[in-house]
Design a protein around this ligand. Structure first.
Ligand code: IZC
Ligand code: ZN
Length: 411
């Protein structure tokens, strides 16, 4: 099946199979009057002017802007129940960590997720992915972490596997059993960490249910040393590392990330110079989540400083029921410009090739080049800067996944 996307007014894409950092963070290729030929979902050729040849399907984009499909590299996609009932507490000034310590927050989502059936979680995840696709997200990371027991963690990961089979967005699974200390283990931290290391991680690896292992390294949650131990155990079993680091307190998560060669460190709102140096030394991608800063009324990660220090920056939604119930990666792009002072080109790379690198898919997606998947967004825009500028609107006109229109137009 050959598909031609033609009349592309402007094509903007990063190039290559690796994360772009430092002075390369904002380098993009721009081609005017372009076309893209794909066959069976893979890009065969990109050219300009008239295309001559025979194809099975032609998608005329009428002079619009085209970019790679967006990659959301940090989401807590699978959960039962919302937490809007915590809004009042939040508005009265009760902090995120205090809500968690008093048994709410993650614990309330754990309760709802344990109670939810497999089918319910599939339905909820599918609805969320459908909304994401509408905003232009064609690949996405999805974490467990609302089970905190073997059965429910595995249930979440199996839901991710199922979703990968039944809808168009490509998912990459991350095991986040170390998201909080479950209530049953409140007096037995070691017991839970042993359970993770000796039972659940081996099982997740054996059943190939996740590619990454993640830990919430935070004051009152898991310490830097505990995080290191859990992530190294994951590595022993072939799970690459991610870490929630420096979100609220800088307790050493970014240093652990650099030390153990984590693929990415997430949040980094309060990352200090030592943390930035560790990330840069370890080739770890900084996965920044500005919509969460906005939602928590917190500060913003030092993105410019990271770019200056040769740390690759990815941007993601952090979609979750507590600190960011938002699926719109376009809004994240706007915040990336306004709050991190990143340029539209730096932001585009952060939500395409760098996001893809953060989830181990930079050889498959994240740029529009021969040999990569034909995942793209046709924008109701002529220029890249317009997408970042029009805060809050959905500017995705059509979304193409593996050469087929999956949102907008004829599906
Ligand atoms: O459900 O609160 N930060 N984990 C770490 C989260 C936010 C998600 C949640
Ligand atoms: Zn998160």
């Amino acid at each position: 099946m050959k598909t031609l996307v033609k009349n592309i007014g402007t094509l903007v894409t990063p190039l290559g199979n690796t994360a772009r950092k430092g002075i390369h963070q904002g380098e993009t290729e721009t081609i005017h009057d372009a076309w893209i030929l794909s066959e069976d979902g893979i890009i065969k050729e990109i050219g300009t002017g008239e295309f001559s040849g025979v194809v099975d399907e032609v998608i005329d984009v009428e002079g619009k802007l085209v970019t790679p499909g967006l990659v959301d590299s940090h989401t807590h996609l699978i959960f039962g129940g919302w937490r809007n009932n915590e809004m009042e507490q939040k508005l009265k000034g009760v902090s995120y960590l205090d809500i968690l310590a008093s048994g709410g927050g993650i614990h309330s989502t754990v309760k709802a997720t344990r109670e939810a059936s497999f089918e319910e979680l599939v339905e909820r995840g599918k609805a969320a992915l459908d909304e994401m696709l509408g905003y232009g997200t064609t690949s996405c990371e999805a974490k467990s972490g609302y089970g905190l027991d073997s059965e429910t963690e595995i249930k979440q990961l199996e839901v991710i596997r199922k979703l990968n089979e039944i809808q168009p967005v490509d998912l990459v699974a991350t095991f986040l059993g170390a998201h909080a200390l479950p209530k049953e283990y409140a007096d037995n931290r070691e017991g839970y960490i042993d359970l993770l290391c000796n039972e659940i991680i081996p099982k997740v690896a054996e059943e190939k249910l996740a590619e990454f292992c993640d830990v919430f390294c935070e004051e009152g949650v898991f310490t830097a040393e505990e995080s290191r131990r859990i992530l190294l155990k994951g590595q022993e079993y072939g799970l690459k590392s991610k870490i929630h680091a420096d979100e609220i307190y800088p307790i050493g998560g970014s240093v652990v990330a650099g030390d153990i060669g984590a693929v990415s460190a997430e949040h980094l709102i309060v990352c200090n110079d030592e943390g930035i140096e560790a990330l840069s030394g370890g080739n770890t991608i900084a996965c920044l989540l500005p919509a969460t800063s906005h939602y928590l009324n917190a500060g913003y990660a030092p993105a410019r400083k990271m770019i200056e220090n040769n740390v690759a920056v990815a941007l993601a939604t952090d979609y979750n029921p507590g600190t960011c119930p938002c699926l719109n990666l376009q809004l994240v792009m706007t915040l990336g410009c306004l709050k991190y002072r990143m340029t539209p080109e730096e932001v585009l790379n952060a939500v395409t090739i760098n996001g893809a690198a953060a989830i181990g898919r930079a050889d498959v997606v994240g740029s529009l080049e021969e040999g990569k998947q034909a995942d793209m967004v046709i924008w109701n825009a002529r220029e890249l800067s317009y997408i970042c500028y029009r805060m809050g609107s959905n500017l995705a006109d059509k979304v193409i996944k593996k050469g087929k229109i999956v949102k907008g137009g004829r599906q």
